[in-house]
Design a protein. Structure first.
Length: 256
């Protein structure tokens, strides 16, 4: 028994030094079943944290594809600064300028169950949790002992290979795992079409969301202004199909 624990500790120590990556399919559904979008994503990770971004190359040879590419275009990049427990968000999907923000909220309230299943040859355990207005089911494998996952998902004793919200609107599914890759964070970052700013230039995540909400409001106003007079258009609440529906500062303002 002691020998098994000793070998496991050696494995964890060696593993943390590795550069590795996982390819995921991100699936977004508008809940009607008629507008399902699938987007390939890559999570690169090592002992210091992870990078999560859109991946537009062939999944067959990720390493050479990235090394030989001139630039990597990803409207959103989520950098997990693991040791300091915050995310760096880069996004220009709804803004003409590139926005950079820091997000310190990482409370998923995970509860690990006894359920197990295999994903890509790895035995996984089931966990349920909630994050910013959505309930999630995640499958993680202790065989890869890092607490990372796709997008901002983290905080479990093993990498998350699958996660889906209870409404089945958002899901991330691992499709390929490569451990001990020749890729490094420096190589990937050097291919970005942007550069990370100085620390003081990051906005708060609340300000970032305020900008996004303003964009959503203006977009709805443009849609309504182009409709014929008298026509009634039913537009759902903008955050209904967003991965983050509610925010912790909104709850704070509700307190007496």
């Amino acid at each position: 028994m002691r020998k098994t624990i000793y070998l496991l500790l050696i494995f964890c120590a060696l593993f943390k030094a590795q550069n590795s990556f996982i390819l995921y399919n991100k699936v977004m559904d508008d809940a009607s079943g008629f507008d399902i979008e699938t987007e390939p994503n890559l999570m690169f990770f090592n002992e210091s944290g992870s990078l999560f971004l859109h991946y537009a190359f062939s999944p067959d040879d990720v390493q050479s594809s990235i090394k030989n590419s001139k630039k990597i275009y990803s409207s959103e990049v989520v950098k997990n600064v693991s040791k300091e427990n915050y995310f760096i968000i880069k996004n220009n999907s709804f803004s003409k300028e590139i926005l950079f923000a820091k997000d310190f909220y990482q409370n998923f309230n995970w509860r690990i169950t006894n359920d197990k299943k295999e994903i890509l040859g790895y035995m996984c355990k089931k966990a349920v949790g909630n994050f910013r207005g959505r309930q999630y089911t995640a499958w993680f494998t202790p065989s890869i002992p890092v607490d990372y996952g796709p997008w901002k998902f983290r905080g479990l004793p093993g990498v998350i290979l699958s996660v889906q919200d209870e409404k089945k609107i958002i899901a991330f599914e691992a499709i390929k795992i490569v451990l001990n890759t020749e890729l490094t964070e420096e190589i990937i970052v050097s291919k970005f079409v942007f550069k990370y700013p100085d620390d003081k230039e990051y906005m708060t995540y609340q300000k970032y969301i305020d900008i996004e909400k303003k964009h959503q409001k203006e977009m709805i106003e443009r849609i309504l202004s182009n409709q014929p007079k008298g026509m009634k258009v039913e537009i759902p609440e903008p955050r209904k199909f967003s991965i983050e529906k509610t925010f912790e500062w909104e709850e704070e303002t509700k307190k007496p």
